[in-house]
Structure formats: C-alpha cells, structure tokens
Write a protein that binds this ligand. Sequence first.
Ligand SMILES: Nc1ncnc2c1ncn2[C@@H]1O[C@H](COP(=O)(O)OP(=O)(O)OP(=O)(O)O)[C@@H](O)[C@H]1O
Length: 320
Amino acid sequence: MTTKLQIEQLTKKFNKNDGIENINLDIQDKELVTLLGPSGCGKTTILRSVGGFHEIDSGKIILDGQEIQDFPPEKRATGMVFQGYNLWPHMTVFENMEYGLKLRKIDKKKRREKIEKALELVRMPEHINKFPSQLSGGQQQRVAIARSLVLEPSLLLLDEPFSALDAKIRQHMREELKRIQDDANLTILFVTHDQEEAMFISDRIIVMNKGNIEQIGGPNDIYDRPNTRFVAEFIGDMNIFSEQDVTYGVRPENIRITKSIEGGYVVQQMMSLGHYSQVILAESNTQEEVKVFVNRDMEIDYVIGDTVDITIQDKINFTV
Ligand SMILES: Nc1ncnc2c1ncn2[C@@H]1O[C@H](COP(=O)(O)OP(=O)(O)OP(=O)(O)O)[C@@H](O)[C@H]1O
C-alpha cells in the first residue's frame, strides 16, 4: 500500500482556542477514511486545511509525497465537495463541469470527453444539458461529485455531502459513492457526524472529540474495541455499568434477560425494531436504565412490569 496523504502535527486554532491541535493521520491509496465526531469537534477544519481553505498555524500536510501546506487550493491535487452542492444555478450541468477544465486550458474536444466520462460514472449522462433547478437533491449531489472528479483529483474531500438528502436517498448515495470509488479507484477523505453513515462507507474511521483524535480504526474495531468511553458511547448503543470503582460498557446485544420473581430489573418498555426488539429495563433500586436487544419472537414472553435478571455476555473496558 502507498500512502496518499499524511498529516503531521497539524494545528489550526481560531479565536477562543477553538480548532484542532497536533493532528496526526494518514490515508492509504484507494482508501475511504471518515472523520467522525459531534458538531464542532474539528472535522471540517481538517478537511479545509487539506484542501487549502485554511491557513494553518503549524504542521505538515503531505500529498503524494509532496508538502502542500503552503500551496493555494488550486495548486493542490485535491477536489472538494461541500455540504450544499454549490452548483452554479445559471449554468447547465455541462457548463458547471466545464468551468474548471477551461481554467486548466483543456481543449474543447477533450473537455466534452472528460465531462461525458464523469457523468457516466455518476450515472447522469442524460442530464448533461439540464440546469440544477431541474434536478433532484440526489442528482445535484452526483453532479457536484462529477464536477470534482472531472478534474481528476488525487484525493477527494467530501464534507457531509449527503446531509441535505432524505434518509432513503442518503442510503442510496452511500452505496453509489462506494461504487464510484471502486470504479474510479478514488482515495476519499469524508466528513460526517452520522455514525451509521461512517460505519457503512468507511475503510477506516477517525473518531474526533473537541479538536483531538480519540481513536482510529476499522468500523468493527471501533465498535467492538472502543478505547475510550467517549468512543464507546458515540458509536452505537452502549450501557454503562459501575462496580466498585470500575466502569465498563456493555452493548445491548450482549445482555440476556430471564424472568425471575426476585429479579433486580423491571421491564419498562418494549419496542419492535424490525428483525429485533429493544427492551428498556430499570434497575429496581437505582432506577438506572439498561437497554437490551432481543430476538423479536422473545418479545412476546415479556410484559411491562415483569421482573427479570440480566446476564452480561461481553464487557468493554475503557482506558479513559
Ligand atoms: N472560520 C472560523 N472562525 C472561527 N472559529 C471557527 C471557524 N471555523 C470553525 N471554527 C470553530 O472551530 C471548531 C471546529 O469547527 P469545525 O467546523 O471544524 O467542526 P466540525 O466538526 O466540522 O463541526 P460540524 O459537524 O458542525 O460542521 C468549532 O468550535 C468552530 O466554532
């Protein structure tokens, strides 16, 4: 594997000390890496620093072996797609895509060839002469991606590209992005605050909190072995237990329940979630809530108010 992007000790502070500090990360060729974290944790700041839209305070950004931190955006081999699609409304799809190619002095015949190829890739060739207002949100986002791809960036930067789309189309676009990435051999740095989206599309996830990296790993690593309590609670559902000064986490699918008259927990709520059911229990003394996932056919065995015992099958210990 070759390293596509390396970030070393990147710091960018805004007033009041907001921003990012000493960020180190790398992205391998053809990898899709996601920056994931709550609003304000610094994801966009990293992305914009890589794209050249922020002057950084210190650190190195190395793309394809070359330090680019002092280059203006147009001199970097990066393509950026923003949250709003930012298509020019008075230009057709073709004209939107042609603009950057003209700036690069690509001749007319080649421009058309490249535009048609990029539109094929996003499955939009028949919309070439339409204006953005004649396209759906999902279609506009495909054009925005194609507009970026037509310039053949070495690294594609995507900042919450699907957040404005409704749930169904968003899911479809995630699948499409994986296909486009595969077909075009793209390396992608993707920003999202949606943990499900990150789990679905990423080769690796970088979990961020308050301007720092909490953990880097594959989706399953992060889910099964979160290093910190923050990561454990941010990714998926997690119950937190404390016993004699030790705090640990347990996923709802790793708790079994059995009916027991003397049981320490009371069934508070049951909800069917498709192929499984969610049961909310309350600890009899403390009233602390515990979330459990059970097979849907087990749900009929329980009614609200039943007392149960729990068996914990897999604990997650945190370092912090
Ligand atoms: N241009 C700016 N001027 C001042 N402060 C900024 C600027 N851009 C970002 N910040 C601050 O830096 C911090 C990190 O912002 P950033 O946009 O990187 O977060 P984010 O993780 O991308 O959040 P979101 O998911 O809401 O987009 C925030 O506290 C934000 O208010």
